[in-house]
Design a protein around this ligand. Sequence first.
Ligand code: ATP
Length: 442
Amino acid sequence: MAEKKDENKMEKIVSLCKRRGFVFQGSDIYGGLAGTWDLGPLGVALNNNIKREWWKMFVEGREDMYGLDAAILMNEKVWEASGHTGAGFSDPITECTKCNHRFRADHLENTEVCPDCKGELGEVRNFNLMFETKVGADGSQKSYLRPETAQGIFVNFKNVVDSMSPKMPFGIAQIGKAFRNEIAPREFLFRVREFEQMEIEYFVREEEWKAQFEVWRENILAWFAHIGLKEENLKELEVEESDLAHYSKRTIDFEYNFPGKGFDELAGFAYRTDHDLKNHMEASGTSLEYIDADGSRFIPHVLEPSFGVGRAFIAILSEAYTEDEMGGETRTYLKLPTYLAPNRVAVSPLLKNKPELVEKAREVFTMLKKQFGNVAWDDNGNVGKRYRRQDEIGTPHCVTIDFETLGEEKPELKDTVTVRDRDTGEQQRVAISDLVSVLMQS
Ligand code: ATP
Protein backbone atom coordinates (compact mmCIF):
# COMPACT_ATOMS: atom_id res chain seq x y z
CA MET A 1 0.00 0.00 0.00
CA ALA A 2 1.73 3.11 -1.17
CA GLU A 3 1.22 6.14 1.03
CA LYS A 4 0.57 9.33 -0.87
CA LYS A 5 2.32 12.64 -0.28
CA ASP A 6 0.04 15.54 0.24
CA GLU A 7 0.39 19.25 -0.38
CA ASN A 8 -2.95 20.30 1.09
CA LYS A 9 -2.66 18.21 4.19
CA MET A 10 -3.56 20.96 6.66
CA GLU A 11 -6.72 21.94 4.77
CA LYS A 12 -7.72 18.30 4.67
CA ILE A 13 -7.12 17.86 8.40
CA VAL A 14 -9.14 20.98 9.23
CA SER A 15 -11.97 19.76 7.02
CA LEU A 16 -11.88 16.26 8.53
CA CYS A 17 -11.91 17.79 12.01
CA LYS A 18 -15.11 19.67 11.27
CA ARG A 19 -16.86 16.96 9.25
CA ARG A 20 -16.17 14.17 11.72
CA GLY A 21 -16.76 16.03 14.97
CA PHE A 22 -13.26 16.79 16.19
CA VAL A 23 -13.12 20.60 16.13
CA PHE A 24 -15.76 23.27 15.46
CA GLN A 25 -15.41 27.01 15.24
CA GLY A 26 -16.26 28.61 18.61
CA SER A 27 -19.75 30.22 18.74
CA ASP A 28 -20.27 28.86 15.24
CA ILE A 29 -23.97 29.69 14.74
CA TYR A 30 -23.26 33.32 15.66
CA GLY A 31 -20.49 33.67 13.13
CA GLY A 32 -17.72 32.61 15.50
CA LEU A 33 -15.41 34.41 17.90
CA ALA A 34 -11.89 34.86 16.56
CA GLY A 35 -9.28 32.73 18.28
CA THR A 36 -11.72 30.26 19.86
CA TRP A 37 -12.50 26.68 18.86
CA ASP A 38 -14.80 24.06 20.37
CA LEU A 39 -13.92 20.39 20.62
CA GLY A 40 -16.58 18.01 19.34
CA PRO A 41 -17.24 14.47 20.57
CA LEU A 42 -14.18 12.94 18.91
CA GLY A 43 -11.97 15.98 19.56
CA VAL A 44 -12.62 15.94 23.27
CA ALA A 45 -11.83 12.21 23.29
CA LEU A 46 -8.48 12.77 21.55
CA ASN A 47 -7.71 15.80 23.72
CA ASN A 48 -8.48 13.85 26.91
CA ASN A 49 -6.31 10.98 25.72
CA ILE A 50 -3.38 13.36 25.11
CA LYS A 51 -3.74 14.84 28.59
CA ARG A 52 -4.19 11.43 30.23
CA GLU A 53 -1.07 10.01 28.55
CA TRP A 54 0.91 13.09 29.56
CA TRP A 55 -0.28 12.79 33.17
CA LYS A 56 0.53 9.08 33.19
CA MET A 57 4.05 9.69 31.87
CA PHE A 58 4.97 12.75 33.91
CA VAL A 59 2.98 12.39 37.13
CA GLU A 60 1.72 8.87 37.78
CA GLY A 61 4.72 7.21 36.15
CA ARG A 62 7.18 8.93 38.50
CA GLU A 63 7.81 9.23 42.21
CA ASP A 64 9.10 12.79 42.19
CA MET A 65 6.10 14.58 40.67
CA TYR A 66 3.05 16.11 42.32
CA GLY A 67 -0.17 17.09 40.54
CA LEU A 68 -2.01 20.37 40.96
CA ASP A 69 -5.13 22.05 39.65
CA ALA A 70 -5.04 25.73 40.62
CA ALA A 71 -7.76 28.32 40.04
CA ILE A 72 -7.79 30.23 36.75
CA LEU A 73 -8.61 33.47 38.57
CA MET A 74 -5.83 34.57 40.88
CA ASN A 75 -5.05 37.56 43.06
CA GLU A 76 -3.84 40.36 40.80
CA LYS A 77 -0.65 40.63 42.85
CA VAL A 78 0.44 37.29 41.39
CA TRP A 79 0.68 38.86 37.95
CA GLU A 80 2.44 41.96 39.21
CA ALA A 81 5.07 39.80 40.94
CA SER A 82 5.49 37.54 37.91
CA GLY A 83 5.98 40.52 35.61
CA HIS A 84 2.97 39.75 33.43
CA THR A 85 1.26 43.12 33.98
CA GLY A 86 4.31 44.93 32.61
CA ALA A 87 6.03 45.06 29.26
CA GLY A 88 7.32 41.50 29.70
CA PHE A 89 4.02 40.03 28.59
CA SER A 90 3.25 42.42 25.77
CA ASP A 91 3.54 41.93 22.05
CA PRO A 92 4.40 44.78 19.67
CA ILE A 93 1.28 45.76 17.72
CA THR A 94 0.82 47.93 14.65
CA GLU A 95 -2.38 48.96 12.91
CA CYS A 96 -2.97 49.85 9.27
CA THR A 97 -4.13 53.44 8.88
CA LYS A 98 -6.23 52.43 5.84
CA CYS A 99 -7.89 49.02 6.51
CA ASN A 100 -7.41 49.05 10.29
CA HIS A 101 -6.10 45.48 10.31
CA ARG A 102 -3.79 44.80 13.25
CA PHE A 103 -0.54 42.87 13.09
CA ARG A 104 2.19 41.68 15.39
CA ALA A 105 5.07 43.91 14.39
CA ASP A 106 7.61 41.18 15.14
CA HIS A 107 5.89 38.88 12.62
CA LEU A 108 6.15 41.40 9.76
CA GLU A 109 9.03 41.74 7.36
CA ASN A 110 8.19 45.38 6.73
CA THR A 111 6.62 47.39 9.57
CA GLU A 112 5.70 50.32 7.33
CA VAL A 113 3.48 48.76 4.67
CA CYS A 114 0.27 46.81 5.36
CA PRO A 115 0.57 43.26 3.98
CA ASP A 116 -3.21 43.18 3.35
CA CYS A 117 -3.94 46.50 1.54
CA LYS A 118 -0.48 48.09 1.12
CA GLY A 119 -1.67 51.04 3.23
CA GLU A 120 0.58 52.77 5.72
CA LEU A 121 1.14 51.07 9.07
CA GLY A 122 0.93 53.14 12.25
CA GLU A 123 3.27 53.39 15.24
CA VAL A 124 4.38 50.17 16.88
CA ARG A 125 3.13 50.01 20.48
CA ASN A 126 3.09 47.42 23.22
CA PHE A 127 -0.10 45.44 23.76
CA ASN A 128 -0.57 43.39 26.93
CA LEU A 129 -1.95 39.93 26.19
CA MET A 130 -3.79 39.35 29.46
CA PHE A 131 -7.60 39.38 29.59
CA GLU A 132 -8.70 41.59 32.44
CA THR A 133 -11.82 40.89 34.47
CA LYS A 134 -13.53 42.12 37.62
CA VAL A 135 -14.26 40.01 40.66
CA GLY A 136 -17.22 40.58 42.99
CA ALA A 137 -20.53 42.45 42.79
CA ASP A 138 -19.01 45.92 43.14
CA GLY A 139 -16.39 45.10 40.55
CA SER A 140 -13.69 46.72 42.63
CA GLN A 141 -11.23 43.84 42.52
CA LYS A 142 -9.30 43.46 39.32
CA SER A 143 -8.25 40.02 38.16
CA TYR A 144 -7.06 38.33 35.00
CA LEU A 145 -7.76 35.12 33.15
CA ARG A 146 -4.42 33.41 33.68
CA PRO A 147 -2.15 33.59 30.62
CA GLU A 148 -0.17 30.51 31.75
CA THR A 149 -0.67 27.74 34.29
CA ALA A 150 2.87 28.07 35.69
CA GLN A 151 2.13 30.81 38.25
CA GLY A 152 -0.50 28.61 39.92
CA ILE A 153 2.34 26.20 40.59
CA PHE A 154 4.71 28.78 42.04
CA VAL A 155 2.14 30.24 44.43
CA ASN A 156 1.34 26.72 45.66
CA PHE A 157 4.98 25.72 46.11
CA LYS A 158 4.80 26.14 49.89
CA ASN A 159 1.45 24.33 50.15
CA VAL A 160 2.81 21.32 48.29
CA VAL A 161 6.05 21.26 50.29
CA ASP A 162 4.20 21.57 53.62
CA SER A 163 1.57 18.96 52.79
CA MET A 164 3.62 16.40 50.85
CA SER A 165 7.21 16.80 52.22
CA PRO A 166 8.84 16.17 48.84
CA LYS A 167 12.55 15.41 48.61
CA MET A 168 14.65 17.48 46.21
CA PRO A 169 14.65 17.38 43.27
CA PHE A 170 10.91 17.21 42.62
CA GLY A 171 8.33 18.67 40.29
CA ILE A 172 4.77 19.98 40.29
CA ALA A 173 2.65 19.43 37.19
CA GLN A 174 -0.55 21.06 36.07
CA ILE A 175 -2.87 20.83 33.09
CA GLY A 176 -5.33 23.61 32.52
CA LYS A 177 -6.72 26.46 30.47
CA ALA A 178 -4.74 29.58 29.70
CA PHE A 179 -5.91 32.74 27.94
CA ARG A 180 -4.04 35.23 25.81
CA ASN A 181 -5.56 38.09 23.86
CA GLU A 182 -3.42 37.25 20.82
CA ILE A 183 -3.21 40.10 18.32
CA ALA A 184 -3.54 37.85 15.31
CA PRO A 185 -5.02 34.42 16.17
CA ARG A 186 -4.56 32.14 13.23
CA GLU A 187 -3.68 28.76 11.81
CA PHE A 188 -6.42 26.66 13.35
CA LEU A 189 -5.47 25.57 16.89
CA PHE A 190 -1.92 26.88 16.56
CA ARG A 191 -2.48 30.39 17.90
CA VAL A 192 -5.71 30.82 19.79
CA ARG A 193 -6.99 33.04 22.59
CA GLU A 194 -8.13 30.22 24.87
CA PHE A 195 -6.01 27.09 25.04
CA GLU A 196 -4.76 24.36 27.32
CA GLN A 197 -1.27 23.97 28.69
CA MET A 198 0.48 21.05 30.33
CA GLU A 199 3.24 22.50 32.45
CA ILE A 200 5.87 21.25 34.86
CA GLU A 201 8.00 23.22 37.27
CA TYR A 202 10.86 20.98 38.30
CA PHE A 203 12.66 22.23 41.41
CA VAL A 204 16.38 21.55 41.70
CA ARG A 205 19.42 22.72 43.63
CA GLU A 206 21.24 25.40 41.68
CA GLU A 207 24.33 23.23 41.20
CA GLU A 208 22.37 20.42 39.55
CA TRP A 209 20.43 22.41 36.93
CA LYS A 210 22.72 21.56 34.03
CA ALA A 211 22.55 17.81 34.61
CA GLN A 212 18.77 17.94 35.15
CA PHE A 213 18.35 20.07 32.03
CA GLU A 214 19.78 17.22 29.96
CA VAL A 215 17.59 14.65 31.72
CA TRP A 216 14.45 16.69 31.03
CA ARG A 217 15.41 17.28 27.45
CA GLU A 218 15.38 13.50 27.00
CA ASN A 219 12.10 13.22 28.90
CA ILE A 220 10.50 15.74 26.54
CA LEU A 221 11.75 13.84 23.48
CA ALA A 222 10.41 10.59 24.97
CA TRP A 223 6.98 12.24 25.23
CA PHE A 224 7.05 13.31 21.59
CA ALA A 225 7.98 9.76 20.56
CA HIS A 226 5.14 8.38 22.71
CA ILE A 227 2.54 10.52 20.91
CA GLY A 228 3.88 9.37 17.56
CA LEU A 229 5.88 12.40 16.37
CA LYS A 230 8.70 11.43 14.04
CA GLU A 231 12.22 12.63 14.84
CA GLU A 232 12.58 14.12 11.38
CA ASN A 233 9.61 16.43 12.09
CA LEU A 234 11.11 17.76 15.31
CA LYS A 235 13.81 20.34 15.78
CA GLU A 236 15.41 21.82 18.87
CA LEU A 237 15.99 25.53 18.67
CA GLU A 238 18.47 26.79 21.22
CA VAL A 239 17.26 30.31 22.01
CA GLU A 240 20.19 32.67 21.61
CA GLU A 241 21.52 34.39 24.67
CA SER A 242 20.50 37.81 23.40
CA ASP A 243 16.89 36.59 22.95
CA LEU A 244 16.58 34.90 26.34
CA ALA A 245 14.07 36.25 28.83
CA HIS A 246 16.06 38.20 31.44
CA TYR A 247 15.53 35.50 34.09
CA SER A 248 16.38 32.54 31.87
CA LYS A 249 19.89 31.16 31.51
CA ARG A 250 18.94 28.64 28.88
CA THR A 251 15.83 27.97 26.77
CA ILE A 252 15.09 25.45 24.07
CA ASP A 253 12.06 25.73 21.82
CA PHE A 254 10.98 22.34 20.52
CA GLU A 255 9.70 22.93 17.02
CA TYR A 256 7.47 20.72 14.92
CA ASN A 257 7.17 20.68 11.16
CA PHE A 258 3.50 21.72 11.00
CA PRO A 259 1.87 20.95 7.63
CA GLY A 260 1.55 24.00 5.40
CA LYS A 261 3.51 26.08 7.91
CA GLY A 262 6.88 24.49 8.50
CA PHE A 263 8.86 24.36 11.74
CA ASP A 264 7.36 26.36 14.61
CA GLU A 265 7.10 26.11 18.39
CA LEU A 266 5.39 23.02 19.74
CA ALA A 267 6.70 23.27 23.32
CA GLY A 268 9.13 25.35 25.33
CA PHE A 269 11.75 24.32 27.87
CA ALA A 270 13.38 26.96 30.06
CA TYR A 271 15.77 27.11 32.97
CA ARG A 272 14.19 29.95 34.97
CA THR A 273 16.74 30.11 37.80
CA ASP A 274 15.14 31.04 41.16
CA HIS A 275 13.48 34.08 39.58
CA ASP A 276 9.83 33.13 40.13
CA LEU A 277 10.01 31.83 43.69
CA LYS A 278 12.25 34.74 44.69
CA ASN A 279 9.84 37.31 43.26
CA HIS A 280 6.81 35.72 44.90
CA MET A 281 8.69 35.48 48.18
CA GLU A 282 9.52 39.18 48.09
CA ALA A 283 6.09 40.30 46.93
CA SER A 284 4.04 38.11 49.28
CA GLY A 285 6.32 38.26 52.30
CA THR A 286 5.99 34.47 52.64
CA SER A 287 9.12 32.37 52.79
CA LEU A 288 9.36 30.07 49.78
CA GLU A 289 12.62 28.51 50.90
CA TYR A 290 13.08 24.78 50.97
CA ILE A 291 14.46 23.38 54.21
CA ASP A 292 16.74 20.42 53.69
CA ALA A 293 17.09 17.40 56.00
CA ASP A 294 20.28 18.99 57.45
CA GLY A 295 18.42 22.23 58.20
CA SER A 296 19.98 24.27 55.38
CA ARG A 297 17.61 26.67 53.61
CA PHE A 298 17.62 27.72 49.98
CA ILE A 299 15.35 28.89 47.18
CA PRO A 300 15.17 26.09 44.62
CA HIS A 301 15.97 26.74 40.97
CA VAL A 302 13.46 25.75 38.32
CA LEU A 303 13.33 23.89 35.03
CA GLU A 304 10.11 24.44 33.10
CA PRO A 305 8.92 22.13 30.33
CA SER A 306 5.78 23.77 28.90
CA PHE A 307 3.50 22.08 26.39
CA GLY A 308 0.42 23.34 24.55
CA VAL A 309 -2.27 20.68 24.15
CA GLY A 310 -3.68 22.24 20.96
CA ARG A 311 -0.36 22.29 19.17
CA ALA A 312 0.20 18.65 20.16
CA PHE A 313 -3.30 17.90 18.86
CA ILE A 314 -2.43 19.26 15.39
CA ALA A 315 0.98 17.58 15.36
CA ILE A 316 -0.56 14.21 16.27
CA LEU A 317 -3.22 14.50 13.57
CA SER A 318 -0.62 15.58 11.07
CA GLU A 319 1.56 12.52 11.80
CA ALA A 320 -1.46 10.23 11.76
CA TYR A 321 -3.18 11.55 8.62
CA THR A 322 -2.52 9.06 5.83
CA GLU A 323 -3.90 8.41 2.38
CA ASP A 324 -3.33 5.14 0.60
CA GLU A 325 -4.90 2.84 -1.96
CA MET A 326 -7.03 0.00 -0.71
CA GLY A 327 -9.24 -2.20 -2.85
CA GLY A 328 -8.54 0.06 -5.84
CA GLU A 329 -9.78 3.16 -4.02
CA THR A 330 -8.08 6.01 -2.24
CA ARG A 331 -8.81 5.90 1.44
CA THR A 332 -7.97 8.27 4.28
CA TYR A 333 -7.09 7.01 7.69
CA LEU A 334 -5.61 8.27 10.93
CA LYS A 335 -2.73 6.07 12.00
CA LEU A 336 -3.15 7.02 15.67
CA PRO A 337 -1.55 5.05 18.49
CA THR A 338 -4.27 2.94 20.16
CA TYR A 339 -4.05 4.95 23.39
CA LEU A 340 -4.80 8.20 21.55
CA ALA A 341 -7.57 7.01 19.22
CA PRO A 342 -11.00 8.47 20.12
CA ASN A 343 -12.59 5.03 19.65
CA ARG A 344 -10.67 2.01 20.86
CA VAL A 345 -12.79 -0.31 18.71
CA ALA A 346 -16.05 -0.23 16.71
CA VAL A 347 -18.63 -3.03 16.78
CA SER A 348 -21.13 -3.78 13.99
CA PRO A 349 -23.69 -6.39 13.09
CA LEU A 350 -23.16 -7.44 9.46
CA LEU A 351 -26.77 -6.47 8.71
CA LYS A 352 -28.83 -4.20 10.88
CA ASN A 353 -32.17 -5.73 9.92
CA LYS A 354 -31.37 -9.20 11.26
CA PRO A 355 -32.38 -9.21 14.94
CA GLU A 356 -30.24 -12.26 15.82
CA LEU A 357 -27.12 -10.51 14.46
CA VAL A 358 -27.98 -7.26 16.20
CA GLU A 359 -28.61 -9.04 19.49
CA LYS A 360 -25.27 -10.86 19.39
CA ALA A 361 -23.47 -7.69 18.33
CA ARG A 362 -25.03 -5.79 21.25
CA GLU A 363 -23.72 -8.48 23.59
CA VAL A 364 -20.19 -8.08 22.24
CA PHE A 365 -20.52 -4.29 22.28
CA THR A 366 -21.61 -4.29 25.95
CA MET A 367 -18.74 -6.58 26.91
CA LEU A 368 -16.14 -4.40 25.15
CA LYS A 369 -17.65 -1.18 26.43
CA LYS A 370 -17.37 -2.43 30.00
CA GLN A 371 -13.70 -3.19 29.36
CA PHE A 372 -12.57 -0.19 27.30
CA GLY A 373 -15.23 2.51 27.63
CA ASN A 374 -14.58 4.22 24.30
CA VAL A 375 -16.24 1.67 22.03
CA ALA A 376 -18.38 2.76 19.08
CA TRP A 377 -21.53 1.10 17.76
CA ASP A 378 -21.73 1.43 14.00
CA ASP A 379 -24.52 -0.13 11.95
CA ASN A 380 -24.96 2.44 9.18
CA GLY A 381 -24.46 1.51 5.53
CA ASN A 382 -22.55 -1.56 4.44
CA VAL A 383 -19.48 -3.02 6.12
CA GLY A 384 -17.04 -1.47 3.63
CA LYS A 385 -18.43 2.00 4.31
CA ARG A 386 -18.25 1.46 8.05
CA TYR A 387 -14.60 0.48 7.77
CA ARG A 388 -13.82 3.63 5.78
CA ARG A 389 -15.67 5.76 8.28
CA GLN A 390 -13.83 4.27 11.24
CA ASP A 391 -10.49 4.47 9.37
CA GLU A 392 -11.01 8.17 8.88
CA ILE A 393 -11.32 8.78 12.61
CA GLY A 394 -8.48 6.42 13.51
CA THR A 395 -10.35 3.51 15.12
CA PRO A 396 -7.67 0.79 15.38
CA HIS A 397 -10.05 -2.18 15.03
CA CYS A 398 -13.53 -2.98 13.76
CA VAL A 399 -15.35 -6.05 15.05
CA THR A 400 -18.10 -7.50 12.86
CA ILE A 401 -20.69 -10.03 13.97
CA ASP A 402 -21.87 -12.14 11.02
CA PHE A 403 -23.80 -15.34 10.32
CA GLU A 404 -20.73 -17.42 11.12
CA THR A 405 -20.76 -15.92 14.62
CA LEU A 406 -24.20 -17.45 15.04
CA GLY A 407 -22.78 -20.84 13.93
CA GLU A 408 -25.41 -21.27 11.24
CA GLU A 409 -23.16 -22.46 8.42
CA LYS A 410 -19.96 -23.62 10.04
CA PRO A 411 -20.51 -24.76 13.62
CA GLU A 412 -16.78 -24.55 14.29
CA LEU A 413 -16.94 -20.75 13.80
CA LYS A 414 -19.76 -20.25 16.28
CA ASP A 415 -19.00 -17.40 18.70
CA THR A 416 -16.14 -16.06 16.63
CA VAL A 417 -16.06 -12.59 15.07
CA THR A 418 -14.13 -10.76 12.38
CA VAL A 419 -11.53 -8.33 13.67
CA ARG A 420 -10.27 -5.93 11.04
CA ASP A 421 -7.03 -3.98 11.39
CA ARG A 422 -7.15 -0.29 10.42
CA ASP A 423 -3.64 0.02 8.99
CA THR A 424 -3.37 -3.18 6.97
CA GLY A 425 -7.06 -3.85 6.30
CA GLU A 426 -6.36 -7.46 7.27
CA GLN A 427 -9.08 -9.47 8.93
CA GLN A 428 -8.78 -12.30 11.40
CA ARG A 429 -11.30 -14.59 13.01
CA VAL A 430 -11.22 -14.35 16.80
CA ALA A 431 -13.25 -16.18 19.46
CA ILE A 432 -15.44 -13.77 21.43
CA SER A 433 -13.88 -15.17 24.60
CA ASP A 434 -10.42 -14.08 23.33
CA LEU A 435 -11.51 -10.71 22.00
CA VAL A 436 -10.51 -8.55 24.96
CA SER A 437 -7.05 -10.08 25.23
CA VAL A 438 -6.46 -9.85 21.46
CA LEU A 439 -7.47 -6.15 21.45
CA MET A 440 -5.37 -5.50 24.56
CA GLN A 441 -2.28 -6.59 22.68
CA SER A 442 -2.66 -3.79 20.16
P1 ATP B 1 4.67 31.76 20.74
O1 ATP B 1 6.10 32.25 20.65
O2 ATP B 1 4.29 30.82 19.64
O3 ATP B 1 3.67 32.86 20.97
P2 ATP B 1 5.22 31.36 23.49
O4 ATP B 1 6.71 31.21 23.45
O5 ATP B 1 4.61 32.64 23.91
O6 ATP B 1 4.60 30.89 22.08
P3 ATP B 1 4.96 29.89 25.90
O7 ATP B 1 4.62 31.06 26.71
O8 ATP B 1 6.32 29.29 26.00
O9 ATP B 1 4.63 30.18 24.37
O10 ATP B 1 3.84 28.77 26.14
C1 ATP B 1 4.12 27.40 26.17
C2 ATP B 1 3.34 26.62 25.14
O11 ATP B 1 1.95 26.99 25.18
C3 ATP B 1 3.77 26.90 23.70
O12 ATP B 1 4.87 26.12 23.34
C4 ATP B 1 2.53 26.51 22.93
O13 ATP B 1 2.47 25.10 22.75
C5 ATP B 1 1.41 26.91 23.87
N1 ATP B 1 0.84 28.20 23.48
C6 ATP B 1 1.27 29.43 23.83
N2 ATP B 1 0.51 30.38 23.29
C7 ATP B 1 -0.45 29.74 22.58
C8 ATP B 1 -1.57 30.17 21.81
N3 ATP B 1 -1.87 31.47 21.68
N4 ATP B 1 -2.33 29.24 21.21
C9 ATP B 1 -2.06 27.92 21.34
N5 ATP B 1 -1.03 27.46 22.07
C10 ATP B 1 -0.24 28.35 22.69
